[in-house]
Design a protein around this ligand. Structure first.
Ligand code: ATP
Length: 579
């Protein structure tokens, strides 16, 4: 499993979350349990009545006892059917509610995940957790929870009924406990195996999604063999984990099967021995034997569900692990409203890999409303600075502040309300052009949408058949990369953030339209701070100040003219650019 995969919550955290979930729904769970109890109670009348019939018939009771107890049994059976159906219904509804609660908090967490964490863990891991793990927990909560309640209630009530009929005969039922060590043996070993299975599924998911993402490169570079080997290798990992799982089950299943037939035989022998010595009636033995028979199916199902619970436990731990990544990102969230003012990097260091700093004590402060350009050679750390400024990554040491407040105390969501990062990667969502734009401002009028498009230089909108209502994205009109970048920029104008960080946001534009668009965006965001990672030095010339970054350090800082006068790195870059 990748070192950077999402966390898996420790057992104590899973227990805590599970207990909180049960506490939140305790009222409903109590009603379900009570209804199952009534159903189980009705189900216990049958063996008791058979026992009574045996005793009455073998004693001096008449045959009319059969009819009397027959009626009692019929009423009890009808009661059992009615209560079971009712309990099943309430149980399913409760399961759905518990699952909805769980899914909601998970989906909230997923949308709040720090982007850096998603990038490091890979989308495959996240997709596996969102689909397979959520599905696993869903089945357990929706179907397993009501059934588990029913089974536990049935088993307990059956044992109690048998003991009430004849405690001595019921002693033979203790033989079923022989299955205990096998179940404990299984449970001890199966959780790590389920964890391995979950991680192996994530690895397969990651490899498959990487192949889908990079299909073009794989094809162009003829890497299909290498990538197939990678998928084969992760599938082999999954196969090994599942083989281990199958081995554990081959021990558990025959042992549990044996454990159900043995107590039945032992009860018969033990009960017969007691009856022969007048220490139990034949009716009591018959009732306890029948209770024993009734116990086999629920106990078997219970063991099945315990196994399922084990798998769900692991899946739940993986789901909670994603939530803990969000909590780690958010730390102690402060009031986001206080995020206003100058953006400042203070002696910031950052490493993508431990021990390999790519920023070495960068200090850089903007003033509100300033346009700051960051220039430098490829790989010098400009994009990394943009990611730190927008709170995607956190500095290793040093601080990123807005208006003097450290961003470390805020989640990505809060930071996003103040700082917006636009890169060269844009996504066009399936929907209309208007819907794509309204993602940024829900209530924007058509006039505002058109204004934003005009400001970023869109002149193609009039050619669309349905104007703003034209369907774009997969299955609709395919926007060119330039058009997609323009839509992304228009979205930013509608978002109207206090601080805008542009990292190659106009990389697809030609030099003239890039300059026009950047100026239009700056004009539209007058009074806002704009930090532009500039690959075209023309952008730098238009900025209020320019920071020159080389090898992860700010080498020069000043206005375009000042830096040209200083005749340093910037002047050299500028001359090269002009040339
Ligand atoms: N995800 C990553 N994992 C590991 N190293 C990275 C990652 N992203 C960037 N780096 C490294 O960090 C250093 C700074 O990269 P960065 O992308 O910030 O530079 P840049 O100045 O924006 O480059 P460019 O102009 O080519 O976009 C480079 O050495 C790069 O190889």
């Amino acid at each position: 499993m990748a070192e950077t995969a999402f966390a898996v919550a420790p057992p104590a955290a899973v227990l805590r979350a599970g207990r909180a979930l049960v506490r939140r729904h305790r009222g409903r769970l109590a009603v379900v349990t009570a209804t199952f109890l009534l159903a189980a109670g009705c189900g216990l009348v049958g063996p008791w009545a058979v026992g009574r019939i045996v005793d009455e018939v073998s004693g001096d009771g008449g045959v009319d006892a059969v009819a009397r107890y027959g009626v009692v049994m019929a009423i009890a059976l009808a009661g059992q059917a009615a209560f079971s159906a009712l309990a099943g219904l309430i149980g399913m509804r409760t399961g759905e509610r518990v699952f909805a609660d769980l899914r909601e908090s998970f989906m909230t967490a997923v949308t709040r995940l720090p982007l850096g964490a998603v990038e490091r863990a890979g989308t495959g891991d996240l997709v596996t957790r969102t689909t397979r793990d959520v599905g696993m927990v869903s089945d357990t909560v929706r179907f397993g929870l009501p059934q588990l309640l029913q089974l536990v209630v049935t088993v307990v009530a059956t044992v109690v009924a048998a003991v009430l009929v004849d405690a001595r005969v019921s002693l033979a039922m203790l033989v079923i406990l022989l299955v205990g060590p096998v179940v404990v043996w299984y449970l001890r070993r199966s959780r790590p195996v389920w964890e391995r299975v979950g991680a192996a599924f994530s690895d397969v998911g990651e490899d498959v999604s990487a192949n889908a993402r990079s299909a073009r490169d794989i094809d162009l570079l003829g890497l299909d063999g290498v990538r197939r080997d990678a998928v084969d290798s992760s599938l082999r990992g999954l196969y090994r984990a599942r083989r281990h799982e199958v081995f554990l089950r081959t021990v558990l299943i025959p042992s549990t099967n044996l454990a159900f037939s043995v107590p039945l035989v032992v009860t018969l022998l033990w009960g017969g021995w007691l009856a022969e010595r007048g220490m139990a009636t034949a009716g009591a033995v018959a009732a306890v034997v029948l209770y024993n028979g009734q116990l086999a199916r629920p106990v078997e199902q219970l063991i099945d569900w315990v196994d399922e619970l084990q798998q769900s436990w692991v899946s739940y731990a993986r789901i909670l692990g994603v939530e803990s990544d969000v909590e780690r990102g958010v730390a102690a969230s402060e009031d986001a409203a206080s995020l206003q003012g100058a953006l400042e990097l203070d002696r910031v260091t950052f490493a993508y890999r431990p021990g390999e700093d790519v920023l070495h004590g960068v200090s850089l402060a903007t003033t509100p409303g300033e346009r700051l350009a960051v220039v430098g050679p490829s790989g010098s750390g400009k994009s990394t600075i943009a990611r730190l400024m927008s709170g995607i990554d956190r500095p290793r040491t040093g601080a990123v502040r807005i208006g003097g407040v450290d961003l470390a105390g805020f989640g990505a969501q809060e930071v996003r309300r103040t700082v917006c990062l636009v890169t060269q990667e844009h996504h066009v969502f399936v929907g209309t052009l208007a819907e794509n734009l309204r993602l940024a401002r829900r209530g924007a009028t058509d006039g505002e949408l058109e204004g934003a498009l005009r400001a970023v230089g869109v002149d193609w909108q009039g050619e669309l058949d349905d104007g703003l209502d034209t369907s774009v994205g997969a299955g609709g009109l395919a926007l060119t990369p330039v058009q997609a970048q323009q839509v992304a920029l228009a979205r930013v104008l509608l978002l109207d953030p206090d601080i805008l960080v542009l990292d190659e946001a106009t990389s697809m534009f030609d030099a003239t339209s890039a300059r026009t668009s950047e100026r239009a965006v700056s004009a539209a965001l007058a009074g806002r701070t704009v930090v532009a990672i500039a690959h075209r030095l023309q952008t730098a010339a238009d900025a209020d100040r320019v920071a020159v970054v080389v090898d992860g350090r700010v080498l020069e800082l000043g206005s375009h003219d000042e830096l040209l006068d200083a005749d340093g790195e910037y002047a050299r870059l500028w001359r090269a650019w002009q040339g």
